[in-house]
Write a protein that binds this ligand. Structure first.
Ligand code: FDA
Length: 303
C-alpha cells in the first residue's frame, strides 16, 4: 500500500528524490557519470557494456539523434581507454518506423565501434520485434561479423529453433556472439514459458547447446541456480576463460558478481545512463510499485 502511494506520487516529486530509488541501477544522467561508474567497475576487474537510455521514439529524426549520441559515447569511451562494448535497442533507432533506415543507423554505429576494434550488442526487445531484430543482426553480421552480437531470451518457445538456425552461420571467420538471458517482457503462454523452473530448464539446455558449438556466450543472469549450472558446463566442456563471459545488470546482486570474479571468470556489467532516466523510472514505478524490478524493467521495455 505504502509502495503504491509512493509510486503514484513519484512523477510529481523532485528528481533528486526519485533518484534515491533509481541510482542503484542507473549510472547517471551524463556521459561523465557513465565514464566514472565504468572506471570504478574497471578497478574491480569488471568490463562494461554501455546503454544510452532512450525515450519511446516517434520520428526518424529522434533515431538519427540517438545514432549521433552513440557515436559520441563510443568516441569518448575509446578516448578514455575504458574496456567497453555498447548495447542498443533497435526500436530507439526506428525499427518499427523505418526498418531500412534503422538498419543503416545501427550499421553505422557498429562500424564506428568496429573502427576502434569494439563491439555492439543488439538487445532483444518484446516478441513483436524478434523476427526483425534477428534479421537486422544477420544483415550486419554479414558485413562485420566480429563487431556485432545479439541477445536471445530463454523464455521464448521459439528460441531453440532460432538458435539452431543462427548457429549455422558460426564459423571461425564469421563467429557469432550471443547474450543469453531469461527475457524481461510479459509474454503470453502461447509463445513464452511461464514457470521459473521451465525457463531455467530451457536456459540450461540453450547454454549447453551454444557452449558445445563453441559459440561465445554472455551468460546474463543473477540467478544462483543458473550460475551454478553454467559453472558446471564450463568445467565439463573444459572451456578457457576467453570462450564465454558472465554478465549482470548494474546494481543487481553485487555479492554474486564478486564471487564469480573471485573464481577467475570474466564479468561484464550492463551500465545504463542518460537524461531520460527520470521518465523511464517514474512511468514504470507508477504502473506497478515493485520498485527495484520495475526500474530494471524500464531499461528494456519500450514506451
Ligand atoms: P531472476 O529474475 O530469477 O533473478 C535472480 C535473482 O537475482 C533474484 O532472486 C534476486 O536475488 C536477484 N535480482 C534480480 N533482479 C533484481 C533486482 N532488480 N534487484 C535486486 N535483486 C535482483 N532481457 C531482455 O528481454 N532483453 C535483453 O536484451 C536483456 N539484456 C540483458 C542484459 C544483461 C546483462 C542482463 C543481466 C539481463 C538482461 N535482460 C534482458 C534481462 C533478463 O532477461 C532478466 O529479466 C533479468 O536478468 C532477470 O533474470 P535473472 O536471470 O537474473 O533471474
Amino acid at each position: 500500500m505504502i509502495n503504491k502511494v509512493i509510486a503514484s506520487l513519484l512523477p510529481y516529486m523532485p528528481k533528486k528524490f526519485v533518484w534515491l530509488f533509481s541510482r542503484r541501477y542507473i549510472a547517471g544522467e551524463t556521459l561523465e557519470e557513465a565514464i566514472e561508474t565504468s572506471r570504478k567497475l574497471g578497478q574491480e576487474g569488471i568490463e562494461v557494456t554501455v546503454d544510452v537510455l532512450g525515450e519511446y521514439i516517434t520520428t526518424m529524426e529522434q533515431a538519427n539523434e540517438n545514432k549521433v549520441i552513440y557515436f559520441s559515447v563510443i568516441e569518448r569511451f575509446e578516448k578514455e581507454g575504458i574496456a567497453a562494448t555498447y548495447s542498443l535497442k533497435p526500436t530507439s533507432f526506428g525499427l518499427l518506423i523505418d526498418p531500412e533506415l534503422c538498419f543503416e543507423y545501427v550499421r553505422e554505429v557498429v562500424e564506428k565501434a568496429g573502427s576502434f576494434g569494439s563491439f555492439v550488442r543488439i538487445d532483444m526487445e518484446d516478441s513483436g520485434c524478434v523476427d526483425a531484430e534477428i534479421e537486422l543482426f544477420q544483415r550486419i553480421h554479414d558485413l562485420m561479423p566480429r563487431n556485432v552480437g545479439l541477445v536471445f531470451q530463454a523464455y521464448l518457445k521459439r528460441t531453440p529453433a532460432d538458435l539452431e538456425k543462427l548457429v549455422k552461420r558460426h564459423t571461425p571467420q564469421t563467429p557469432i556472439n550471443i547474450r543469453l538471458c531469461k527475457g524481461i517482457y510479459v509474454e503470453p503462454p502461447e509463445i513464452a514459458i511461464q514457470s521459473r523452473a521451465g525457463v531455467n530448464k530451457q536456459y540450461m539446455e540453450l547454454l549447453d547447446f551454444l557452449l558445445r558449438k563453441k559459440v561465445y556466450v554472455g551468460i546474463a543472469t543473477h540467478d544462483q541456480e543458473l550460475v551454478t549450472g553454467a559453472l558446471q558446463l564450463i568445467e565439463c566442456n573444459k572451456l578457457t576463460k576467453d570462450e564465454y563471459e558472465f554478465q549482470m545488470l548494474y546494481g543487481v546482486t553485487p555479492d554474486l558478481r564478486t564471487k564469480i570474479i573471485g573464481l577467475g571468470h570474466r564479468m561484464r556489467v550492463y551500465v545504463p545512463f542518460g537524461e531520460h532516466w527520470f521518465g523511464y523510472s517514474t512511468r514504470r514505478l507508477k504502473e506497478n510499485p515493485h520498485m527495484a524490478w520495475l526500474i530494471i524493467k524500464a531499461l528494456f521495455v519500450r514506451g
